[in-house]
Design a protein around this ligand. Structure first.
Ligand SMILES: Cc1cc2nc3c(=O)[nH]c(=O)nc-3n(C[C@H](O)[C@H](O)[C@H](O)COP(=O)(O)OP(=O)(O)OC[C@H]3O[C@@H](n4cnc5c(N)ncnc54)[C@H](O)[C@@H]3O)c2cc1C
Length: 308
């Protein structure tokens, strides 16, 4: 990232929320389930599948966590009504992990059972390393209770990830593998760009060798190509893995993956609690300075975009 971009990333939390919202629109489907479903429908017509995430990591009460649970039930109903090709992703903090553990566990299990009844699937997102043990424990409990329509996420930047793969091996877990977005201490996570990439490749190789279905979640060109190489070398058919990308990030590369006959799933977040997610996406955007500048300019010069 250029120096100006890095400086802007540091000041982003001070940028007024309406501006953050405007420049992060490309990453979020909207605030309502209808918005998410409209986006999923378009993706489906483009030959892509999706995973819908109800944004909610900023919640502070059990009541809000319950509401997120109901929102997911609404998502499942709408997916079936509209016959959409999508599953869902959940963040355990949005279901109350840090507020009321019992409520979180109960809601998660209810959602996984609801998904099973509808032949659908729940992916448990991975959050910062204070959540890793508990997330993997809940995942294991569900699998040991006989629920197979649930998957987890592992983060290549964490030093523990290869050990986690080994520990989960007997479950042949369905795993989304990503670099990991949360800022972690050096004792916990690799800090170097190349170290993280190398660990991603090692983890992907181990998961594929263990027979896991893997969601290769990256926009990093080098890793996409390494992913293609590994699935080819291990004789995987396109039904045995998928690539995953975030809504609004490198869509043209996603189109190319589909043209090349890979399965591609797009992460489609929606909801009222859009702020924390938006900040993370903007902080990862290598062209953030340009976006801020363009937005500021369009405010200073009304009508610049053909709208006044
Ligand atoms: C489907 C999916 C689900 C994810 N789930 C989780 C999760 O559960 N837990 C977790 O910790 N992390 C998750 N992540 C985030 C992930 O950990 C990375 O932070 C993120 O994907 C960026 O890493 P990268 O591999 O794309 O490589 P990077 O090196 O960060 O990005 C590669 C290139 O992609 C482009 N790019 C990346 N981000 C942006 C952006 N925001 N705007 C514009 N261009 C961009 C740039 O050209 C960049 O050079 C998920 C990512 C995906 C794709």
């Amino acid at each position: 990232m250029a120096i100006l971009d890095r400086a802007i990333v540091r000041t982003l939390p001070a940028v007024p929320k309406p501006i953050v919202r405007k420049i992060s629109e490309r990453y979020i489907a909207g605030t309502r389930v209808e918005d998410a479903c409209r986006v999923v429908k378009r993706l489906n017509t483009e030959g892509k599948t999706a995973t819908v995430d109800v944004l909610g990591e900023e919640i502070t009460t059990g009541e809000e966590a319950r509401h997120i649970g109901y929102e997911y039930e609404n998502v499942f109903r709408t997916i079936d009504e509209q016959r959409l090709d999508t599953n869902v992703s959940v963040k355990l903090t949005a279901l109350g992990l840090k507020l009321d553990h019992g409520l979180c566990r109960e809601t998660l299990e209810r959602l996984v059972r609801e998904a099973a009844a509808r032949s659908n699937f729940v992916r448990i997102d991975m959050e910062d390393s204070t959540c890793t043990d508990e997330t993997l424990r809940l995942y294991r409990e569900l699998r040991e209770a006989g629920l197979d329509n649930v998957g987890v996420v592992l983060q290549a930047h964490l030093r523990r990830t290869l050990d986690d793969i080994e520990a989960l091996k007997a479950l042949t877990p369905n795993v989304r593998l990503c670099k990991g977005i949360y800022v972690e201490r050096p004792e916990v996570a690799f800090q170097g760009f190349d170290e993280v990439r190398e660990n991603f490749v090692r983890a992907l190789d181990a998961l594929l060798r263990g027979g896991s279905y893997v969601g290769i979640a990256t926009h990093d060109e080098w890793l996409i190509e390494e992913g293609e190489r590994l699935v080819r070398e291990q004789g995987r058919s396109p039904a045995d893995y998928e690539f995953q990308m975030l809504l609004g990030v490198r869509p043209e590369r996603g189109d190319r993956l589909v043209t090349e006959s890979h399965r591609l799933r797009i992460y489609v977040p929606f909801g009222e609690h859009w702020y924390a997610y938006s900040l993370r996406r903007l902080q990862e955007n290598p062209k953030i300075a340009g976006y801020i500048a363009a937005d500021t300019l369009s405010r200073l010069i009304p009508g610049r975009n053909g709208r006044s």
